[in-house]
Structure formats: structure tokens, C-alpha cells
Ligand binder design. Structure first.
Ligand code: SF4
Ligand code: SF4
Length: 309
């Protein structure tokens, strides 16, 4: 017999057994609180050149438009916290989530194992896995599923693990027991807002992605970065961790123990001179299998050159 409470516990136990940091459950309801926020974010053009964000507005907000008969959203997180650092402090910087293997494929594989478990042991009939791959608002679901609150930097964070984690989602037709959203513990802290080098963090937990270094160095495909950001990049060549580095909830986060997330050989050792001289063959060798490959050599070269112009 279906027992939502017992089944929810089994799914969470299995997720932890698979090495996920946390797992939580939300009802597959319309994200009504996020509708207005998303709409005004788009109207303000904060998505920059990410035109795809304008597509599938209703699907982003309603999981039942992605999975027919959806009743629950299972959200998992994967720790990528590391204290390892690039050795040359003057070298162009890479966001720490990209030190090791690209998380998308591995998260998918682990979620696939969870999905199969849910099919065989719990009776899932239909569902879909999402890892940053379709119109799914993973952070909003993470909040609803009790994995954390949305910080002023718009990231999902919690008191125990900070914000150094990826999230993935399974939308399913299973009836499960929803968790309670976590209270907001940002309080009157404004460290991320004060530290953001490009003033991308706006009041109301809004990030203007078109000003965010993560967007500028990864998603933005224009041939040149805008001049107004010259001298303000804090040496970031791929992504940016500044608003997470300063967040007090990240002080006690513990490091991951996943070998696939360990830095690619040679990545942390690259000196400023080697970064400047980086050619395509070396780019392929050093960044093989990492998320840095998303920019291709051309994009990373653009970013490196912008830092030293
Ligand atoms: S990632 Fe960097 S640029 Fe983007 S909001 Fe955070 S501190 Fe600002
Ligand atoms: S730095 Fe402060 S305001 Fe920003 S997310 Fe962390 S706790 Fe919240």
C-alpha cells in the first residue's frame, strides 16, 4: 500500500546512500510566489543575452506541465565544497565548482539510480530527472523541499552546509510527504551585496545576471566583455565565488569527499604566465571533462585577455 511518509523516508535514505548531501520533497504545485519575481526579472532584462530564459514561462512555474500527473518534486543536493586553492594568487581564477569533472553527467547518473530505486521499490510510474537542463527552477524547489533558504545573493543555502552544493530534481507522479520550507537566516547581513565586485546583487534577493561575473564569463557569448567591467573582475576568468566566499554560513561547510570533484591535474598549479600563454592544446589537456569546457577555448581566451588588457 502507498504510504507517502514511509516512501519519502526511503527515498531520502537512498539519496544519502548514493552520496547526495541532502534530499527533500515538495508538492508539485504551481510556483505562484516565483511567478511575479520571474516576470519582473525578465522585464528588467536581468537575463542579459540568455534569451532562452524567456521561453517556457509556464513550464518553469508548473511542474505538471513537464510531467503529466506530477504530484511531488524530489530535490537533492551534491556537496562541492573544497578548501583547495589555485597556487598562484595573481593567476586568473576559476570558480571552485569547475575544478573537477563537470557535475551535470555525474549528477544525472546518480539521480538515475535514485529514479530506478523509486520505480522498483516505491512504485513510480512516470517522472523526469532535471539537472540544470530544462525549465526547472531548482533553487525555488530546493527552498520548498526544505533544503535551505534563498539568500540575498539568490543562491540556496543552509546553516549546516552553506551554499557550496549543486541541486538536481526528480519530478514524479508519486504521492509523497512534503517537507517544510526553511526559515531565512540572512537577517541583516549584507556581506554578499557589499562584496559583489560588479554590483550585480540588488535588493529583494535579485541578481542582475547581465552584471554577474558568472554570466559574463560563461553564458555571455559576445566577442568582448563590456568595458564597464574592466578592472572589476577580481581576476575571475570562469565563474565567480565572491558572494559565496564572504557568506558566513559557508565558514563551517565541510569539504566534499568525491574523487570526481578533485581538481584536474595541473589546474591549480597554473601560474599567471602559463595562463597568459594558454593555447588550445593546453586548454584541452587541463580542462578536459570540466565545466570550463563550456566556454570553449575562445571564450576562456577572451576572459583571460580581458583581465590583462
Ligand atoms: S557571483 Fe560574483 S558577480 Fe555574481 S553576484 Fe556573486 S559576487 Fe556578484
Ligand atoms: S552573505 Fe549574508 S546576506 Fe548574503 S547570502 Fe550569506 S547570509 Fe545572506
Amino acid at each position: 500500500m502507498a504510504n507517502p511518509v514511509e516512501n519519502s523516508r526511503k527515498i531520502k535514505d537512498k539519496a544519502l546512500e548514493l552520496g547526495f548531501l541532502q534530499a527533500g520533497i515538495a508538492g508539485a504545485d504551481y510556483l505562484s510566489e516565483d511567478a511575479g519575481r520571474l516576470s519582473s526579472w525578465l522585464d528588467n532584462g536581468y537575463h542579459g543575452t540568455m534569451g532562452y530564459m524567456e521561453n517556457h514561462f509556464e513550464k518553469r512555474l508548473d511542474p505538471r506541465k513537464l510531467v503529466e500527473g506530477a504530484r511531488s518534486v524530489v530535490v537533492v543536493s551534491q556537496n562541492y565544497c573544497t578548501r583547495e586553492k589555485q597556487l598562484d594568487e595573481s593567476a586568473p581564477r576559476v570558480s571552485r565548482y569547475a575544478f573537477g569533472k563537470d557535475y551535470h553527467q555525474i549528477m544525472r547518473k546518480k539521480l538515475r539510480s535514485l529514479y530506478v530505486y523509486m520505480e522498483k521499490q516505491i512504485g513510480l510510474h512516470s517522472g523526469r530527472i532535471f539537472v540544470d537542463s530544462a525549465p526547472v527552477m531548482e533553487r525555488a524547489w530546493g527552498h520548498r523541499a526544505g533544503l535551505g533558504w534563498i539568500g540575498k545573493n539568490s543562491l540556496l543555502l543552509n546553516r549546516k552546509h552553506g551554499s557550496w552544493f549543486f541541486t538536481g530534481v526528480i519530478i514524479t507522479d508519486l504521492e509523497l510527504e512534503p517537507d517544510q520550507p526553511v526559515k531565512d537566516y540572512c537577517g541583516d547581513c549584507s556581506r554578499c551585496i557589499d562584496a559583489c565586485p560588479t554590483n550585480a546583487i540588488l535588493p529583494g534577493k535579485v541578481v542582475d545576471a547581465s552584471r554577474c561575473i558568472s554570466y559574463l564569463t560563461i553564458e555571455n557569448r559576445e566577442a568582448r566583455l563590456p568595458d564597464e567591467f574592466r578592472g572589476r573582475m577580481q581576476n575571475w576568468a570562469f565563474g565567480c565565488d565572491t558572494c559565496q566566499d564572504v557568506c558566513p554560513w559557508n565558514n563551517n561547510a565541510h569539504s566534499h569527499c568525491e574523487t570526481w570533484l578533485n581538481p584536474r591535474p595541473g589546474l591549480l598549479e597554473l601560474s599567471l604566465g602559463e595562463w597568459k600563454a594558454l593555447d588550445e592544446a593546453e586548454f584541452d589537456r587541463i580542462f578536459k571533462g570540466t565545466a570550463v569546457k563550456r566556454t570553449r577555448y575562445k571564450g576562456l581566451r577572451r576572459n583571460i585577455d580581458f583581465l590583462s588588457d
